[in-house]
Design a binder for this molecule. Structure first.
Ligand SMILES: [Zn+2]
Length: 281
């Protein structure tokens, strides 16, 4: 579930983070969510969605660990760095820092999707000749398949409101209207993002989507733009992969199975190989 989205404000504090090498050396793998532990540093944390027998945070970590091993085995000369190696959650802020500190060439965030319960009116009886209703929550298990999220450059009204109501704006010295258009680092990163990172983010998202649909024969909702903190603050091409719906019984079984996890990993590795070839040309 992509609850971590809110800040569309893209900015950089260090100019050097936006200089990208054409040599593809490092993939950052970001297992979404985690269990917040006592004494965690300040920041934003999110425990993720739950299925009927499993949790998003455990599924994303299992897939991430397999993906790291597979990249280091099958993608020659490329190192894979994890933003989280244990069950303990890592703040979104720290995840973006890890990505930038390690000079990642590509950022892949792993998540599971989930639909909220639906609220329906149910007739429970009759009182004085009139029907009596109550509202009940009904799980919505209709979501199925993968979804690729890429950082959106244009804000929707809901996103504007989410940003306005969000703490991070205050934390990051930015006023409610977003970034200072005259700040040179903002100008550079925005231009850079538009020109290169954005194009490459779409490319990796398409490669992964093609493998999941064409290679594995799974359903996908394709690519969607979204304002996502970890994508926005990582100065590199980035994609968030919703690997499946954890509140759909078929998807949950798949996401927790060895075969399912290995299939997702193999698809992402094939996509990275295609992407690397294209990026280094
Ligand atoms: Zn999530």
């Amino acid at each position: 579930m992509y609850l971590l989205l809110f800040s569309l404000t893209c900015y950089a504090t260090k100019r050097d983070t936006i200089v990208n090498s054409f040599k593809f050396k490092t993939v950052i793998i970001d297992p979404g969510h985690g269990a917040k532990t006592e004494g965690s540093p300040p920041g934003h944390y999110s425990r993720g969605a739950d299925g009927s027998f499993s949790s998003e945070r455990n599924v994303t970590l299992a897939i991430a660990l397999k993906l790291q091993a597979a990249i280091e085995k099958d993608v020659t000369g490329v190192k894979a760095v994890l933003t989280r190696k244990t069950e303990a959650d890592v703040s979104w802020e720290r995840r973006a820092e890890i990505a930038n500190e390690n000079k990642g060439n590509l950022f892949i965030s792993l998540h599971c999707n989930s639909l909220s319960d639906r609220l329906v009116r149910e007739r429970v009886g009759t009182k004085k000749g009139k029907p009596v209703y109550r509202s009940v929550r009904v799980p919505d298990r209709s979501g199925k398949g993968a979804l690729m999220l890429i950082y959106g450059l244009h804000r929707s009204r809901e996103e504007e409101n989410a940003i306005k109501n969000n703490q991070i704006e205050e934390d990051s010295d930015l006023n409610g209207s977003g970034l200072d258009p005259n700040d040179p680092t903002v100008i550079i990163l925005t231009a850079e993002y538009k020109r290169k990172f954005r194009k490459q983010s779409v490319a990796i998202a398409n490669y992964i989507n093609d493998e999941i649909v064409g290679g594995d024969g799974r359903r996908s909702e394709g690519l969607r733009e979204q304002g996502i903190y970890v994508l926005c603050h990582s100065a590199m091409p980035s994609v968030l992969v919703e690997t499946g719906y954890i509140n759909n019984p078929d998807d949950e079984a798949y996401l927790n199975s060895e075969d399912g996890q290995n299939e997702i990993v193999a698809s992402i590795v094939r996509a990275i190989l295609n992407y690397k070839k294209q990026a280094e040309q």
